[in-house]
Design a binder for this molecule. Structure first.
Ligand code: SF4
Length: 754
């Protein structure tokens, strides 16, 4: 039911000839990444050499996966495209809207009630357009995809930034905005700037307390949150082959935190074992038949410096467990140095909560290794000092680990099993007392730890580590505990040590599940009614954005000059706002409320140039819109990093912001802005950012001759009568300029259909 063997056979039939054709054109030995990318070029894009980091290329992905929060807008957009069904196999996964509060059953049942209209909409729209639907409780998108849909050599896009998880099974899997998903589901090519390639050579073998998570925690420390921008990270070497497929998935998943386009491992025995273990030995057999095409050429791995733009080498035998954070996932601490860092920085040493699981780390291997520590805690009469939660990634994993007794073990340690959903990882955590905003520490095996992400409290210091380290620290109740060297006092007053965790990559009795939570679509969806109530405050059918007026933009106001980190969480906050993901007008009330105004260092407080008063950002922008005045947003480095949500682009577009001018963009957000018909511009001279003043009135010139590679001119008229002219660069190609002119990419799709 869940995978499409015929589609995979078709893909595999084409891979060898396409790679050989590429080999002739490129003339070099090929990395795995190049092989899969070249195998997925559209016909028109084949037979060319693409320049890494420069060329825009059209691809034809094999699959689309959407999570419920982003699927709403993606599918509302798809409905506007006038197609009768999706052009490639697609799935929807209900995982982001389930709030964690008490425990799995109560939380799930409350979510079904609270989100009924959204689930009904998603189920009906999936049913109509031939989309597989995974009900609430079925699991988290990336775990469900890894178990059911990911296949070596495939290409998938997903409306979630951790889509790269499927790279653990050798797939090029890339997080995109809903607008991209809409295009691919409508049968259009998907465009990507041909990435740079970072090679990570893994030598040695993991042992003891170290796990796959520590590889990516280490890589994040080396590359930082910007270091992977515009690049695909390819892992190889004997160390790579020694990792389980799910461990590889963890590494690829969290590769999103270094800004990488995606990450990938080659097909090997571990991939085959996981495919067979998840009921897909037929795919493993097919992959075995073209195995040489599902890994990089031997010459590449023998001399990686010649073929990758950057090479990193990590010896797994020497790798220490890491803890990263707080507030950013690239602040990497080997466990031996972490206690000192906690003390020196004055971070709260007392650990309030340890949370394991999520899409990043909820494999059978993860859960079994963490459970081995929980069992030790019980056996050695240690009482866990912190609260402890477990989020299984899928119903299949949950059912299997329950069957094998691990959930009982966690229960004995005082652990609480949450629903198979995102929960605390996306701010859907009704954490009692968080509203008091007290300084406290938590540690998770998730992937992101930006301020407020887990519980909305800016003073929660969130750290990221492997499930094993999270569990050990939760037992100790203190961040300064190093399980490799320290002892703990048990309930009898004895000093005891936690032994190294032990686990199994795959269940010896196989996976098992009673109801995986899948709904297949109708054979003929033409009669299916999509359920959207006109009075709904959570769902709203879309109206087209207006086309460009055909002239330069004059007399705009500065809405905000954002200072420092401005992620998509700052632009379109998650947490309580998630419920408006399908209602553009309502969710626009969160626009940029997390961004710091450079002029007063406050959030959600900007000067309304019409009144001279300070007001909230959305209200100020609505005032400009009502007065028919456009505005621009100015931002800092890596603007729009983080989650792929296109709301962060649609909201400013809907409220009348015309351009975003920043020092640099995160890739997905820049594309999202272009799709929505916005101007995404960068300062040619980043220090010009300092010239922008609070009362500036702004013109953008050069739009009537808007062309690829040709800068635009932005004039800032200051209140004192002086002005500055700034050169603004852009990365629009011809097609993207047409999106701008039409008002949005979707407007163009509709025109093409008409
Ligand atoms: S990273 Fe967190 S929020 Fe995103 S899909 Fe995974 S569990 Fe859900």
């Amino acid at each position: 039911m869940a995978f499409d063997i015929e589609m995979i056979k078709e893909v595999y039939a084409q891979i060898p000839s396409r790679i050989e054709a590429a080999r002739k054109v490129v003339g070099n030995p090929l990395t795995l990444t190049e092989k899969i990318l070249y195998a997925h070029l559209t016909e028109g894009a084949a037979s060319q050499v693409y320049k890494r980091g420069t060329s825009y290329v059209d691809f034809q992905p094999d699959r689309v996966a959407m999570q419920d929060a982003t699927a709403q807008m993606a599918l509302l957009q798809f409905m506007q495209a006038g197609r009768s069904q999706v052009a490639v196999p697609s799935t929807v996964h209900c995982d982001h809207l389930i709030q964690a509060e008490i425990g799995a059953n109560q939380d799930l049942s409350k979510a079904k009630d609270k989100n009924k209209e959204v689930y009904d909409f998603l189920a009906s729209v999936s049913n109509k357009y031939a989309i597989g639907f995974w009900k609430p409780g079925a699991g988290i998108i990336h775990q469900v995809v890894l178990e059911n849909y990911a296949f070596p050599g495939g290409m998938m896009i997903g409306t979630d930034s951790h889509t790269p998880n499927a790279g653990g099974l050798g797939m090029i899997a890339i997080g995109v905005g809903g607008a991209d998903a809409c295009d691919v589901m409508a049968g259009l090519p998907w465009e990507l700037k041909f990435p740079k390639l970072i090679g990570v050579k893994l030598t040695g073998k993991l042992s003891g307390w170290t796990s796959a998570k520590d590889v990516i925690l280490k890589v994040a420390g080396i590359l930082t949150v910007k270091g992977g921008t515009g690049a695909i990270v390819e892992y190889f070497g004997e160390g790579a082959r020694s990792l389980s497929a799910t461990g590889k998935g963890t590494i690829c998943n969290m590769g999103a935190e270094i800004g990488a386009t995606t990450s990938i491992f080659g097909y090997d025995e571990k991939s085959a074992a996981y495919l067979s273990g998840t009921g897909r030995s037929d795919i493993a057999a097919l992959a075995d038949g073209i195995a040489a095409h599902l890994t990089g050429d031997p010459e590449v791995y023998a001399n990686p410096e010649q073929y990758f733009d950057q090479v990193i080498e990590i010896n797994l035998s020497e790798l220490e467990p890491h803890v990263n954070g707080p507030f950013t996932p690239d602040l990497a601490w080997p466990i031996s140095k972490f206690a000192a860092a906690v003390k020196e920085n004055g971070w709260p040493a007392k650990l309030d909560v340890g949370l394991i699981g999520s899409c990043t780390n909820s494999s059978y291997e993860d859960i079994s290794r963490a459970a081995s520590l929980a069992q030790q805690a019980v056996d050695k009469k240690l009482v866990a000092k912190s609260e402890y939660t477990i989020t299984p990634g899928s119903e299949q994993v949950r059912f299997t680990v329950a069957r094998d007794g691990f959930l009982d073990t966690f229960d004995k340690m005082g652990g609480v099993v949450l629903a198979n959903a995102c929960g605390p990882c996306i701010g859907q955590w009704a954490r009692h007392g968080a509203e008091k905003q007290e300084k406290n520490s938590i540690i998770t095996s998730f992937n992101r730890n930006f301020a407020k992400r887990a519980d909305g409290n800016p003073n929660t210091h969130a750290f990221v580590a492997s499930p094993e380290i999270v569990t050990a620290l939760a037992i100790a109740g203190n961040l300064t505990f190093n399980p490799l060297t320290d002892t703990l006092t048990n309930s009898e007053g004895n000093q005891v040590r936690l032994e190294e965790p032990r686990g199994l990559e795959l269940p010896t009795k196989g996976f098992s599940v009673e109801d995986a939570g899948y709904q297949a679509p109708a054979e003929d969806g033409s009669k299916v009614q999509v359920l959207v109530a006109p009075t709904s405050d959570r769902l709203q059918l879309l109206e087209s954005f207006a086309a460009w007026e055909g002239m330069d933009l004059k007399g705009m106001k500065l809405l905000i000059k954002a200072k420092g980190k401005c992620t998509t969480d700052h632009i379109s906050m998650a947490g309580p706002w998630l419920k408006y993901r399908g209602h553009l007008d309502n969710i626009s009330n969160n626009m940029l409320i997390g961004a710091v105004n450079a002029f007063n260092d406050s959030t959600n407080s900007v000067k309304n140039q019409l009144t001279g008063e300070y007001g909230e950002v959305p209200a100020t922008q609505r005032a400009y819109k009502a007065a028919g005045i456009g505005s621009i947003v100015v931002g800092d480095e890596n603007y729009g990093e983080g989650s792929s949500r296109e709301h962060a682009a649609m909201e400013p577009r809907f409220l009348g912001v015309r351009a975003i001018l920043v020092k640099s963009f995160a890739r997905i957000h820049e594309t999202n802005l272009k799709k929505q018909g916005m101007l995404a511009l960068t300062f040619a001279n980043p220090s010009d950012y300092d010239l922008i003043q609070e009362n500036d009135v702004i013109d953008i010139n050069g739009l009537t001759t808007f062309a690829p590679g040709k800068s635009l001119e932005v004039i800032f008229h200051h209140a004192d009568g002086t002005s500055h002219t700034v050169v603004a660069n852009h990365t629009y190609n011809e097609g993207q300029i047409e999106w701008f002119k039409a008002g949005s990419a979707l407007n163009l799709i509709k025109e093409a259909k008409a």
